[in-house]
Design a protein around this ligand. Structure first.
Ligand code: TRP
Length: 349
C-alpha cells in the first residue's frame, strides 16, 4: 500500500469546508492507503509562539477527526510533537536548505509581511529589507522561515508518496526539492518524491453563504461541525440572497449559486431539483429554501456533533488513541531516521 501523509494545524474547529474538502476523502483513503494523519502542533508555533492552551486545541481537532470517522485502527493518527524523530530530520533538512530559497516562498513573504505589519501593496523588496532592519531583527522567526523544511520532514519521515493538499502547492514543491536534495547531496536514492493528489475527480469547494468565495475560518463565514441547530439556522437564514430572478432560466448570480451548491452538497437530489425548478420558474422563495437548507445541514451535522461531544468528554479514550498513534508513527519514523543517520555518517540509534 502506498503511504499518504496529511497534517492539520490545530487552529479552531472543523467546518463544512474542511469536511467536504478534505476529511471526507480521508475516510476513503484510510481503506486504500497506508495513512498517517497528524495534528501539526509544532507548525502552529511558527505563527503563535505562545499558543493559548495548545493541548486543548489538539484535543478538539482529535475529537473532531475521530467523530468524522477517521479510524485509529485503519490510519495512524498522531500528534506531531509526540514524534521527536521529525525534529531530527528537520535539522538535517535545514542544513541543506538555502535561506534564499526559503525567503523567496510566497507563503513566507505573506506571513512575514503580516508580522512586520506591512501591507500587501508594498513593493517586492519590502519584506527582505524590513526583516534586516535593526528594529525588526526578531520580528520574524527562523521557525517561520523553515516552515517548509518542517513540513518536508513530516512527509518524508514516512517516505510518503502522496499528500492530499489543495492550497499548499508551494510547500509541496519545496518538500519535493528537499527530498531530491538529500538524495543528491549524499549520493543515494533514498527519499521518494512526494506528490500532491486528491481522490475522485475534483476536490469539493464548499462555498461561503456570505455572497462570494469559499467557506473558511478566516473568512468568518464558516458553519462548524460542532454548531448546534439554532446556530446553523441563524447562519443560514442570514445568507446573502437577492430579490429573485425575473426571467425564466436565468443564470444564477454568485450568492444564489452558492446557496444551490451548498444544497447540492448536503440535501437530497429531489430537494435540490425542487428548488432549482422553482428558481427556473421565477417562483423561488429564498426563505423557504434557506429553512430547508438549514434543516439539511443540521441533519448532516447532528450525529457528528453528538460524537464530537462524546469524544471530547472521553479523555481516556483520546489519550489512548494519541498514545497508540504516537507509537505507530515513531516506529515508522525511527526506521527512516536510523537509515538517514547512517547515510550522513552518524551511528544508528
Ligand atoms: N501546511 C499545512 C497547513 O497549512 C499543515 C501541514 C504541516 C501539512 N505539515 C504537513 C500538510 C504535512 C500535509 C503534510 O495546514
Amino acid at each position: 500500500m502506498e503511504t499518504v501523509v496529511s497534517g492539520i494545524r490545530p487552529t479552531g474547529n472543523l467546518h463544512l469546508g474542511n469536511y467536504f474538502g478534505a476529511v471526507k476523502s480521508f475516510l476513503r483513503m484510510q481503506d486504500e492507503y497506508n495513512c498517517f494523519f497528524f495534528i501539526a502542533d509544532w507548525h502552529s508555533l511558527t505563527t503563535h509562539p505562545h499558543p493559548d492552551n495548545i493541548r486543548n486545541s489538539v484535543k478538539t481537532i482529535l475529537s473532531e477527526y475521530l467523530a468524522c470517522g477517521i479510524d485509529p485502527e485503519k490510519a495512524t493518527i498522531y500528534i506531531q510533537s509526540d514524534v521527536p524523530e521529525v525534529v531530527e530530520l528537520y535539522l538535517y533538512l535545514n542544513m541543506n536548505a538555502g535561506i534564499g530559497e526559503l525567503m523567496r516562498t510566497a507563503s513566507f513573504k505573506d506571513k512575514a509581511r503580516q508580522q512586520l505589519h506591512i501591507s500587501r501593496e508594498g513593493c517586492e523588496g519590502d519584506v527582505e529589507k524590513e526583516i534586516f532592519n535593526e528594529g525588526n531583527k526578531h520580528s520574524v522567526s527562523a521557525g517561520l522561515l523553515t516552515y517548509p523544511t518542517l513540513m518536508a520532514a513530516d512527509i518524508i519521515i514516512h517516505k510518503a508518496l502522496k499528500v492530499p493538499v489543495g492550497k499548499d502547492q508551494e510547500n509541496m514543491e519545496m518538500a519535493r526539492r528537499f527530498a531530491r536534495r538529500f538524495n543528491s547531496t549524499y549520493g543515494v536514492d533514498f527519499f521518494p518524491e512526494p506528490a500532491s493528489f486528491h481522490l475522485g475527480d475534483k476536490s469539493v469547494k464548499v462555498p461561503g453563504l456570505d455572497g462570494s468565495g469559499k467557506m473558511g475560518k478566516s473568512e468568518g463565514n464558516a458553519i462548524y461541525l460542532i454548531d448546534d441547530e439554532k446556530t446553523i439556522k441563524k447562519k443560514v437564514m442570514k445568507a446573502v440572497s437577492d430579490a429573485g430572478p425575473t426571467e425564466p432560466n436565468s443564470v444564477k448570480p454568485e450568492p444564489i449559486a452558492n446557496l444551490f451548491t451548498m444544497m447540492e452538497i448536503v440535501s437530497e437530489k429531489e430537494t435540490y431539483d425542487f428548488f432549482n425548478e422553482k428558481y427556473n420558474n421565477c417562483e423561488i422563495r429564498y426563505g423557504d429554501m434557506k429553512k430547508q437548507l438549514a434543516e439539511d445541514i443540521n441533519k448532516f451535522c447532528a450525529p457528528i456533533r453528538e460524537r464530537i461531544l462524546d469524544m471530547a468528554a472521553n479523555t481516556e479514550y483520546l489519550d489512548k488513541v494519541a498514545r497508540m498513534g504516537a507509537e505507530k508513527a515513531r516506529e515508522s519514523a525511527s526506521k527512516t531516521l536510523n537509515e538517514v543517520r547512517q547515510i550522513i555518517g552518524f551511528r544508528p540509534y
